[in-house]
Structures are given as structure tokens and as C-alpha cells.
Design a protein around this ligand. Structure first.
Ligand code: ACO
Length: 321
């Protein structure tokens, strides 16, 4: 059986670290409120001249280095972002050019915070069924550009960042490694609960992020627990067999409530929301790379990645590293 094997991970963050105390100076909020409701302590914010492709390129280069590959060995780039450099061309093609690639395929996937699990699933499908050999899958966002800094209920929640993985198509990889199952969902009825009220494209306007936090929270726990169960069942795996859950980093309470619903020990859940806040499509690969680099995730470990975001969209991917 052909499977997509993980060869390497990488990530990139802007230098500027903005703490909750820094936000207290510009908003009617407090460190205590933000930590208690979300678990967030800090986020990285990109300087005005930085573009999403700058962070995406760095994360991609680090993933290639970890995989021991040259960029020319990549023939597929799938990039998840809701904050592309421009309306078009796709930011994946900007990264492709900056990596010095003139062949292969590069395109963007847009599923907001679920973008990375969507991109991973698309890349996996193409690697298993198409003529592609090696893929770069990137999640990169400058969500700070969508924030309404007058709205304390959303401004404290988001940050900027990028993460990437390299996958290779292999016949019967040893040790049962590779992507074992994935499941995606969307339900557009819930778009108004989490959206940007304008933006480039057919409306010709500039928009900012709007969210009904409580309702998003309620749907998130139910949808995430359900898609995680569905993905595990598709691979015939029990929750107790999972070594690491790598969740979308939106809110510590969502992450912990979902883990409890599946009876997963909190010690097996990777949490970076305290330092990164919600980086949308970048959050899962950022957390994944952090846990690979600090040695928590080891070769052979079974990892369950999950995310939910605007749309609503949600999904999960199970892979053996
Ligand atoms: N600082 C201080 N007070 C605040 C702040 C703030 N930053 N923001 C809101 N408040 C106030 C509100 O005005 C309200 O005050 P009131 O009672 O006087 O009216 C009070 O705090 C409670 O507000 P709620 O919105 O009801 O607070 P809640 O407990 O629901 O927490 C939060 C809000 C953190 C946004 C929560 O609903 C949440 O995390 N939702 C999930 C949203 C999310 O993570 N979305 C990301 C994208 S989707 C995804 O990734 C899963």
C-alpha cells in the first residue's frame, strides 16, 4: 500500500513577542482574564513589511533541512492560508519561486484554522494517487492583519506564524509509518459565527475578523471530539493507543475539554497556545514542529492532528511518524 511518509518538520515565528501585559496598555483587558479564559500568555506579531510568504519560506526551508532534502526534490507544494500575500497568485507559487523551483505544482487551500489538516489531506491524496513523489505542506498566517484592535474579545486571541512538513510517497513504508487516515468536514451555515466582514475579492472591501466566541466554543468541542473519533475508527485505532494529540491551538479550554471527551490523558496533548496564541492554519504545524524538536514526538509515535475553524470547517489526520 502506498502511503505518505513524514520526512521532516519546520516552523518560523516573527521576532516580536507581545505579552498580555503589553495588550493591557492598548485594550481594556487583563493578563488574568486572558490566561483564565484562553491559556494564552503571549503571541508573535509580524512587522509591517513582513508577508505571509516570508514566514512560509522560512518554515519550508527548515522542514527541508530536517528532511535532508534539496528544494529541487519537491514536486508538490500545498499551502494553507487565509491571509495570502495577495488575492492572486496563490502564495504557494510565491514560495515555489523563492525556493528556486520551476516545475511541479503549487497551490493554496483555504479552510482558515482547519487549513493545515485540509492541506495535509489534499497532499496525501495526491501523493498516493497522483504522479507526485515529495510534497511540502505549509500552514502560514499573518492573522494580526485581520484583527480589529478596538475589539478586545478577538484582539487578544490571535498571532502570526508558519509551520511546514515534508512528505514522501512510499510503497509499504516499514513499521506501519505514514498517514493512516484523515477525515474532513464543513458546514457553511455557521459562516456568520466566525468570519471577516469584507476583504479583497468580489466584495472589493477591507474586512476585519468577527466572532461569536461562545457559540464557536460550543461547536468546537463537539465537532473536534466527533471527527477525532471518526478518524481513529477509520484506522481501527483506540484513543488509548495515540501517543500525541496535536490540536489546533485556539484555546486551552477547548483543547482540554476535547481531550477529556475522548478520555485522553492531558500529558499526551501538545500545547503551544500559551506562547503562540491562535495562528489559524499555522497552529498545528507550529505545535507539531515544537514537539518534534524538543524530543516529545519520536519516530514510530502515533499522532492525531485536529483543527476547527471558520466555515465551519473541521478535520483530523492520524499519522505514524
Ligand atoms: N478582556 C477582558 N474582558 C473581556 C475580554 C477581554 N479580552 N473579552 C471579552 N471580555 C468580557 C466580555 O465583554 C464579557 O463581559 P460582560 O459579562 O460584562 O458582558 C465577559 O468578558 C464574558 O465574555 P464572553 O465572550 O462570554 O467570554 P467567554 O467566557 O465566552 O470567553 C472567548 C470568550 C475566550 C472568546 C471564548 O468564547 C472562546 O475561546 N471561544 C472560542 C473562540 C475561538 O477560539 N475561536 C478561534 C477560531 S475557531 C477555533 O479555532 C476553534
Amino acid at each position: 500500500m502506498r502511503r505518505s511518509l513524514l520526512l521532516g518538520t519546520g516552523s518560523a515565528l516573527p521576532d516580536q513577542r507581545v505579552t498580555n501585559a503589553d495588550l493591557e496598555n492598548r485594550l481594556d483587558t487583563s493578563d488574568a482574564w486572558i490566561v483564565e479564559r484562553t491559556g494564552i500568555r503571549a503571541r508573535r506579531i509580524a512587522p509591517p513589511e513582513m508577508k505571509t510568504s516570508d514566514l512560509a519560506l522560512l518554515a519550508a526551508q527548515r522542514a527541508l533541512e530536517a528532511a535532508g532534502l534539496e528544494a529541487t526534490q519537491i514536486d508538490l507544494i500545498v499551502m494553507a492560508t487565509a491571509t495570502p500575500d495577495q488575492t492572486f497568485p496563490a502564495t504557494a507559487t510565491v514560495v515555489q519561486a523563492r525556493l528556486g523551483l520551476t516545475s511541479g505544482v503549487a497551490f493554496d487551500v483555504h479552510a482558515v484554522c482547519s487549513g493545515f489538516v485540509y492541506a495535509l489531506t489534499v497532499a496525501d491524496s495526491l501523493l498516493r494517487t497522483g504522479p507526485y513523489r515529495r510534497a511540502l505542506v505549509i500552514g502560514a498566517e499573518l492573522f494580526s492583519r485581520l484583527i480589529d484592535w478596538e475589539d478586545r474579545s478577538t484582539a487578544v486571541l490571535f498571532g502570526d506564524g508558519a509551520g511546514a512538513v515534508v512528505l514522501e510517497s512510499r510503497e509499504d513504508p516499514p513499521g506501519g509509518r505514514g498517514i493512516l487516515a484523515s477525515r474532513l468536514h464543513s458546514d457553511g451555515r455557521y459562516g456568520p459565527l466566525l468570519h471577516v466582514d469584507g476583504g479583497p475579492g468580489s466584495t472589493g472591501t477591507v474586512g476585519k475578523l468577527r466572532m461569536s466566541g461562545r457559540e464557536v466554543f460550543r461547536h468546537a468541542v463537539v465537532n473536534l471530539a466527533s471527527v477525532m473519533e471518526e478518524t481513529l475508527a477509520a484506522a481501527g485505532v483506540e484513543p488509548g493507543e495515540v501517543d500525541w494529540v496535536v490540536p489546533h491551538q485556539a484555546n486551552r479550554r477547548i483543547i482540554e475539554a476535547t481531550a477529556r471527551k475522548l478520555h485522553l490523558p492531558p500529558g499526551r496533548v501538545v500545547i503551544t497556545v500559551d506562547e503562540h496564541a491562535n495562528t489559524s492554519a499555522a497552529s498545528v504545524p507550529l505545535a507539531f514542529d515544537a514537539a518534534v524538536r524538543d524530543g516529545r514526538i519520536q519516530p514510530g509515535h502515533l499522532c492525531l492532528l485536529e483543527a476547527m475553524g471558520g466555515g465551519f470547517t473541521w478535520g483530523a489526520v492520524l499519522l505514524r511518524v
